[in-house]
Design a protein around this ligand. Structure first.
Ligand code: ZN
Length: 226
């Protein structure tokens, strides 16, 4: 409530660099650009993982402001950037250019989502779908995954521990599944080791949902494939 009142009284600041004027200033928005394929250490080569930026500096600050500091207004420019990245990937793949873009958001743990006021990646995907609709590209969000009980925050866990933490704990939400036979793009805000993305893609595949690509806003410490 207080934040809403302050938002009305104070000018908007950039979530990345605090410059006045917009939720994400042009300089910080430019940190999200064309998708680059990255190879997180714990993610198999398929499906390919694409990142729109690097998880550092002002982009990291903007993502943290959105995710952890209640800056829900940053979801709109972040979602627009995600839409732009998806459009660029789609133009590379002529086979799917006529089809709708189906996005499956990587879920957060229920406790984290409750603390943040919702599933933040799903909101990003919904903003991206709205931006795509604005340029007359059909897009939909399929919130088909959830984290089961017992999943811990993965920050600080070693690779093997991350895998063990997630094994069998990414679950299907049947009500959120896309139509049968439709390939999806798995979307997330940040990829680090790739363990979570790989577990999500594997769970979808076990249910018969093909993941054509994994698209994230920012990659932490990932290098393009050589
Ligand atoms: Zn900025």
């Amino acid at each position: 409530m207080l934040r809403h009142l302050l938002d009305l009284l104070l000018p908007v600041e950039c979530g990345g660099c605090n410059a006045p004027g917009a939720a994400l200033c042009p300089r910080c928005a430019a940190l999200l650009s064309a998708p680059i394929q990255v190879r997180p250490p714990c993610c198999p080569a398929a499906p390919p993982v694409y990142a729109l930026g690097s998880y550092q500096g002002c982009l990291r600050a903007a993502l943290l402001a959105y995710k952890e500091r209640g800056r829900r207004d940053v979801a709109t420019p972040l979602g627009t950037a995600l839409a732009s990245g998806l459009l660029q990937l789609r133009s590379l793949d002529a086979d799917c250019a006529a089809e709708a873009v189906w996005m499956v958001p990587v879920p957060s743990r229920a406790s984290a989502a409750a603390r943040r006021g919702g599933q933040h990646v799903e909101l990003l995907a919904r903003q991206a779908a709205a931006a795509l609709a604005g340029v007359e590209v059909a897009a939909a969000v399929a919130p088909a995954l959830r984290m089961g009980r017992g999943v811990r925050d993965s920050v600080g866990l070693a690779r093997a521990a991350r895998r063990a933490n997630l094994a069998g704990r990414v679950l299907i939400r049947p009500a959120g599944l896309p139509p049968r036979g439709i390939p999806v793009v798995l979307v997330d805000d940040v990829v680090t080791t790739g363990t979570t993305a790989a577990a999500c893609a594997a769970t979808l595949l076990q249910t018969g949902v093909a993941v054509s690509a994994i698209v994230v806003l920012a990659a932490a410490g990932c290098h393009p494939p050589s």
